[in-house]
Structure formats: C-alpha cells, structure tokens
Write a protein that binds this ligand. Structure first.
Ligand code: CA
Length: 251
C-alpha cells in the first residue's frame, strides 16, 4: 500500500500497544461460592481482571453492562442451566463471538459433546487446577483473537480493516488517533444502535477507569473532523438525550 509511513500507521501502532497492556477481563458464572472463589482467586493471581455472577440472570446483566473477554460458565446454575446460558449468548449477535469455557462436575463424553454443540469454546471437568484453567483460557483467547481481528467492515465506501487496523475512504487512508480508531471500530461493529456516553466509556475504556463522560464528546468531535474531509462525518450521529450512533441513514 502507499501509506506505510503515514500518521495513521503511527496511530495504529500505539493502538496495538495499548491493547497489549489492557488486562483481559473474565466473568466467572458459578453459584457454588467456594468453587467460584477458588476460580476467581486463581485467575486474579494469573493477572486477569475478574468479575463474578452467581446465576444466569446476573451473568446476562454483567455481559450487557460491560462485555468481558471471556466467560467461565458452570453447567449447574440455580436458574437457567449453564448450557442454556451459553446457547442464548451464542444466538445473540451482540455476544455470539464471546469465548465461553464450560465447567461441569460430570466427565461423560455426551456432556462434553452437548456443551460444545451448545457453543462452548472449551470444556473443563471438576476438579481442575487453577493452572489448568488458566492455560485453557489462554488457548481460547489466542484462538479467538485473529478471527475477530480479521473482520472487514464497509459502509458506503468507508472501510475498516481490523487485521491491518486501517480505515480508508475509497482510495484514501483516514488518519485516526488510537482512541478515535477504537471508537470507530466499536460504532461500525454496532451500527444502527444508540449508545449512551456511559456505555461507550464502559465498552471502549473498560469499566474500571474513571473518565469524565464529556471526554467522549471530545473524541467524537475529533473522529467527525477526521471523517469530514471524506463526507463520512454524517455517519456519526448525535441522538439528543441518549448518546451516539453510527448510521448510514439520515439522522
Ligand atoms: Ca454450580
């Protein structure tokens, strides 16, 4: 390509660096407290950011509120079964690419097949060591990464190549800073949906970072400015009283 040394490629590098230092976030869904605490403890020690849910309902709320990088789901839950929760998440377009590792007390082959058929990415039988769980998590995260990163998205000539982290408008590279890039990736992969400032902060900066909601407006403004030259700023729409949305339709 003709833009290897542009500002855009420098921005791309810093976006990648940022992602490498971000802790992976795991949601542990298990009702039995001793097991949940053992898993949480092991994962925190291994350097993961961990959240907990004691049933399927709490798990769905936690995923909707702040999407984790991976879920550990126990088969036996008090409300909906772990298998059904996995099926629901894999059916939903928003969460279908979320990696899930299932836990079960039973080692029957039939269960393993059912778990994997339900959409689980891996399967672990109790009792297991935290070390074994960590190695499975790392394997699943490695497996998932290139597939998710390779996705190309295009709307009316505005194209996003997540493998090379390039944004182009027809023939031209669109120079974006790392935050504007991540903002655009999020909005383009969730087109036609309205997100509040709070939701955007959660999804793009992660839930544990304290940033003023108005910061979002600054980055939206920069993103629009970068897209304006190519006439694509109209895709980044303000929805009064609610937040922002990416749409190719008139606001
Ligand atoms: Ca359980």
């Amino acid at each position: 390509m003709q833009h290897p040394q542009s500002t855009q490629s420098r921005a791309t590098n810093s976006a990648r660096d940022y992602r490498n230092v971000t802790l992976k976030q795991i949601l542990v869904v298990e009702d039995e407290r001793p097991i949940r605490e053992m898993v949480v403890f092991g994962l925190r020690r291994a350097g993961f950011q961990v959240r907990e849910a004691a049933d399927a309902l709490a798990a769905r709320a936690a995923v909707a509120n702040n999407r984790p990088d991976l879920l550990i789901v126990d088969w036996m839950l008090p409300d909906t079964s772990g298998l059904e929760l996995t099926r629901q998440l894999k059916r939903d377009r928003e969460t279908s690419d979320l990696p899930i590792i299932m836990l079960t007390a039973r080692s029957e082959e039939a269960d393993k097949v059912a778990g994997l058929d339900g959409g689980a990415d891996d399967y672990l039988t109790k009792p297991f060591s935290p070390r074994e769980l960590v190695s499975r998590i790392n394997a699943v995260l490695r497996r998932g990464a290139p597939v998710a990163a390779a996705t190309n998205i295009e709307f009316d000539g505005l194209a996003l190549d997540r493998a090379s982290q390039r944004v182009t408008a027809g023939e031209h590279a669109v120079p974006l800073g790392p935050t504007e890039y991540r903002l655009l990736v999020f909005l383009m992969t969730h087109a036609e949906r309205v997100y509040s400032r709070e939701q955007l902060l959660d999804r793009i900066w992660g839930g544990n970072v304290y940033i003023e909601e108005r910061t979002i407006d600054v980055h939206i403004r920069r993103l629009r400015k970068a897209l304006q030259e190519f006439g694509y700023d109209r895709f980044i729409q303000t929805v009064r009283g609610s937040g922002y949305r990416f749409s190719t339709r008139a606001a």
